[in-house]
Ligand binder design. Structure first.
Ligand SMILES: Nc1ncnc2c1ncn2[C@@H]1O[C@H](COP(=O)(O)OP(=O)(O)O)[C@@H](O)[C@H]1O
Ligand SMILES: [Mg+2]
Length: 332
């Protein structure tokens, strides 16, 4: 692969939350990854692995009073987002980097029509834009996300719409200012399967048309495989495995990745050989020492409980963070 400049680079990021005067809990630990122009990076992991905290940190949306950025940095086009003055960062939010969440209703104003909300965003971005132009752009945005009857939708209030329709509006909103990076945190988790497929398809088409890079976060292997060029698997606030989607899905080398794939209903891999993952994701205060997965891992030895695994390169940008990766039976 040719060396490209990353659009986003997260470097050795560690984030903790202050719980009370004495207690701090680590939520993200020594996490590094990149997003390249035009690609979709999928972040996969069970609930509680630190995916949302990672996403929210990129735009500094975590609660300022209790969040501690212990170390590391987040660079967007080479500029530190963590050290950027709030005023400058607020120009990047929603313009260069947009975000969509699982629950669209929480990001929409129930008292305004969809059209008014879209036009407001456009006019905050460009105060000189006149009303006709803002209307034209809003109409174009809802047409782009394949909403039938777009004129009528602009006049409607959010509460009159279905979940799938709202998520399309959210995508239209997030894409309004043609961001370079779109962060989608469980964008289809609240939707039923058919609608989910339509929304994912839409996101893929928009990406093709606009060249926007996407981070898609989910606990759903099916969604990740539908969308991602590259995948990063997280556990306990750390990276377990990262690579080109095909490598991670068809030759997973981290026991956690193997377990996730094996426990997915449509896994075509040999279930006899693969352990389902026993136990559940620990809370931050019960996080084991060493490799965070060691107490659920069929391969763990004593040292896994004391030493944090470093990144091992398996070639072709496939990375695994496991002491025992050489002993882990390859699958696929
Ligand atoms: N603001 C917060 N204060 C304290 N703990 C938090 C906060 N946000 C998230 N956490 C904890 O951080 C861990 C990771 O959470 P999260 O990133 O939301 O997981 P995921 O998105 O992978 O399901 C969880 O244990 C969660 O309880
Ligand atoms: Mg989450």
């Amino acid at each position: 692969m040719t060396k490209r400049e990353p659009l986003l680079e997260v470097r050795n990021l560690s984030i903790a939350f202050r719980m009370d005067r004495k207690t701090k809990l680590d939520a993200v630990r020594d996490l590094s990854f990149c997003v390249y122009p035009g690609e979709t990076l999928g972040i996969l992991g069970e609930s509680g692995c630190g995916k949302s905290v990672t996403c929210m940190s990129i735009l500094k949306l975590l609660p300022a009073r209790t969040t501690i950025y212990n170390s590391g940095d987040i660079l967007f086009e080479g500029q530190s987002l963590l050290n950027m003055p709030e005023k400058k960062l607020s120009k990047i939010r929603g313009n260069e980097i947009s975000m969509i969440f699982q629950e669209p209703m929480t990001s929409l104003n129930p008292l305004l029509t969809v059209g008014d909300q879209l036009m407001e965003i456009l006019r905050i971005h460009d105060p000189k834009m006149d009303k006709q132009e803002a209307y034209r752009r809003a109409l174009e945005a809802v047409t782009d996300v394949r909403i039938p009857n777009p004129e009528r939708i602009l006049e409607s209030y959010p509460f009159t719409m279905s979940g799938g329709m709202l998520q399309r509006i959210m995508i239209a909103m997030a894409m309004l200012n043609k961001p370079k990076l779109l962060i989608c945190d469980e964008p289809t988790t609240a939707l039923d399967v058919t609608i989910q497929a339509q929304v994912l398809d839409l996101m893929n088409r928009l990406k093709e048309e606009s060249g926007t890079s996407i981070i898609i976060v989910t606990h759903d292997l099916g969604v990740i495989s539908e969308m991602s060029d590259r995948v990063m698997v997280m556990y306990g606030g750390r990276k377990c495995e990262e690579g080109i989607a095909n490598d991670v899905f068809f030759s997973p080398r981290h026991p956690y990745t193997q377990g996730l794939i094996a426990s997915h209903p449509s896994a075509s891999l040999d279930k006899e050989r693969l352990p389902m993952i026993p136990g559940s994701v620990p809370s931050l205060k019960d996080m084991p020492k060493g490799c965070p997965f060691n107490n659920r891992c069929p391969y763990a030895t004593e040292s896994c409980g004391s030493l944090v695994p470093q990144q091992e390169e398996l070639g072709d940008s496939h990375i695994v963070c496991c002491h025992r990766w050489k002993e882990v039976t390859p699958v696929g």
